[in-house]
Design a protein around this ligand. Sequence first.
Ligand code: NOJ
Length: 817
Amino acid sequence: MLVLTALLAALLGDLAVVAQDSDYGSSPPVYPSPQTQGIGWEAAFARAEAFVANLTLEEKAQLVTGTSGPCVGNIGAIPRLGFDGLCLQDGPLAIRQATYASVFPAGLTAAASWDKSLMYLRGLYMGAEFKGKGSHIALGPVVGPLGRTAYGGRNWEGFSPDPYLTGVAVGETITGMQQGGVQACLKHYIGNEQETQRNPSLSPDNVTIESFSANIDDRTMHELYLWPFANGVKAGVSSIMCSYNRLNGSYACQNSKSQNGLLKEELGFQGYIMSDWGGTRSGLASINAGLDMTMPGMHFFFSGDSTASLFGGNITTAVNNGSLSETRVDDMILRILTPYFFLQQDEYPPIDGEEPTLNSRFPPYKYQFNLGASNVDVRDGHGQLIRDLGSAGTVLLKNVDNTLPLKAPTSIGVFGNDAGDVVDGLYSLGGAFGNSDGYEYGTLAVAGGSGTGRLSYLVSPLEAIKTRAAQDGTLVQYVLNNTLLSQPSTLAGVLPVPQVCLVFLKTWASEGADRAGLEADWNSTAVVTSVASYCNNTVVVTHSAGINVLPWADHPNVTAILAAHLPGQESGNSIVDILYGVVNPSGKLPYTIAHNESDYDFAPLLNSTALLETEDPNAWQWNFTEGLLIDYRHFDYENQSVAFEFGFGLSYTTFSMSGIAVQQQGASGAGGGGGPYSSNNNTTVIGATPPPPPSPGKVPPGGNPALWETLYTVTVTVTNTGGVAGAAVPQLYVSLPQVPDAEGHPTPVNVLRGFEKVLLQPGESQTVEFDLARRDLSYWDTNTQQWTIPEGSIGLNAGFSSRDFRQRTQVNVVSGW
Ligand code: NOJ
């Protein structure tokens, strides 16, 4: 019966969607599921092939079906073949539940650092910690949500709504993690841009209401949402997690277009796709649509049977009765075991013995797991990198008359419920899932849900400020109760009036819920206004799981603002290093801060009373009609003033930029070869479309290699013109001409296509190079299904933010074939 249902779904699932072609976005069927050749992992692939040859059909089903065990996700062992099973653990910034492990800065913070080497090291150290705990697969990093809406509850787990910045960040992260020894699992694929109705619900009349459908047109898919996944695949990511939501009408884990078509065919993904937990909605249909592993293995939404699996025994039945080809099952296993052998996980540390206690969701276990000593300390001095990255991801937004850095003040006031130590424990603060405001007292180092981490220690801002202030004999007074602080009379007791008042604000977010507003939580505006009316030198620090609007930013007594994001366990030390100038701020906004919350209306959450009460299973349709125009692309296209633009961030020094130059490189498809750029009007002849990709089955990870070849190198010289050493972040934006678009979507005015972080001593200059690959200069042509360089003038704008261009040039690309 089960198999029959699945078979029907396989036959009808995608066809039903094609029939509704009036829908926004479409999911044409793409079958069969492409087979991996282990490209890039050849020796490991051969080992996996040999391994598969020894498996019984039951063992094959076991290898693709999650089971109960000590980890968040588990694959059972096969002792006769020396296979110990697989341990999958959350998440993107820590081994979520583990003891004696580090809590790193969030993806958002890493993005705000704009520092590729710190992004890489964060990945490397996280990878080493997962390995030390015997976890084979880390369920991170996150690039979905990308951050279409500022209200998204999980945006902070990922990096930035800019796909280029996110793409670079995720490439560095995955490279680091896998060099650390763990398999990365890039998630959530794709269109999981909100938490509300990510999973089906039951209507008042008990009708199953389906998850929202992210309806995304082909061009927007390629240029925005798929873009960072391409970087992840190019970096050799082992696995990808399909998301809960529907995409263009089909559930993401059974969407053949996105899984077979985009990921495995177009991007040449050689690894495996696993479901999000409970995200598998069918057996055979999902397998044929490209899903390779179901997690946690057993589940039916709204069914009482928590042990039933859509895979497992149904796979053996389906193979035996001829409805599923064993070759496809073998391909699933090859995809799973090739990265396992590539990373030499057949010789791996045992699972930390404490894990069964930390994750006791599904005992008793069906299989034996290889458990080792308990509470292994894997932190290995990673606190220093965490401290450095916490500072590097802090953005200085305002600094009137050099308020910062502090210069041995005689007295400091510390205010706000984000300043002190936590009082609700070190794990699952504020309730693990949902809770809109989190916990009241204590600094926010990390947000909630499966992307959180168990803190083994936490340095609060107040603690670090007290320690540092003691060196200068500075008086430190503090009030941490926001309810009291929002009443100005409270401050009358703070005497003498501090020379500088530091206000710490926080903004909670968590998996399972979206944000209700964009101001910081807990009466933040009243708190700032109250402190600023008492203290004419008020410095505001935000610890936030995403974008905050700052209604008080222009208050004359607010003399400095720092967006400190989610810094992880060294929070207090990271911020003190910035406040006292031990570290010169060099973080830049990885998103736009608009003047008002209503300015973000272009990409609202999908949520309404009508939807919440609907009896229509298909009611939740979310059309991504703004196309490419999210975040700064929207504000730039509308020529709208913003409070602080994408890429912006101040320093304690100043920088200049000069001497932009362009050099054409000798990539294939670039007419005229390489050499210094010599033409008078910067006109070059380059094939508008890349040389064709390798034939199906031969496409390497990342897709057509020609898309990654450098066509031009742009150089600028950056100089530190101020009095102290500091790091600049020169940025390159590309301005493509408008092109015909099936949905009528405009091309963004400017898109980020290069950045570097350079440390400069006072007076020092450095020349910075930005390599522009073919993909960077192309749009996705939906007619030809090709990345295409538009004809006409392409603007190249270099500067220090998306609205602070210092050097401009252009190239005119003429189609040469
Ligand atoms: C569901 C979340 O969406 C996913 O990110 C996480 O890895 C799994 N739960 C396992 O905790």
